[in-house]
Design a protein. Sequence first.
Length: 161
Amino acid sequence: MSMRSMPKLPILAALTALSLGLAACGSSSSSSSATSAAGATSASSGTSTSASAGTGTSGGAAAGAGGAQAIAADPSGQLAYTKKTLTANAGTVKIAFTNKSPLGHNLTIQKGTNGAVVGATPTFDGGTKVLSVKLAPGTYTFFCSVPGHRMAGMVGTLTVK
């Protein structure tokens, strides 16, 4: 290897890392299993939690039996979601949760107001994670499980028809 090619290696490595990082951030088709305590609980009950990078989806469009929904954390940093209610059809429900807040948040779903957790995204800041969970008709509560966030107002109702 000549001396002229030596300085190019760090630049090439940096450009490769940057390209891989940008590709991962811009792709909404890649997904991976989310690992969280709530996600592990939901996996044993037949639900799945997937996290995918991207800009999110528009809410209300039907996708499969349950449909697709979108919700976000308040981007100003307030402990709130942008919606207090969501409605979906029974079946596989996909909820794109966007967090542009400077604080870490998640989206956790439980049966009723104090029942078992049926699915959750990991806690994160910046980006969008998609929660995919199979739900029967009924009323569910969605909330942020970061300590203190639910009590401060990060809570709402998901109605499954």
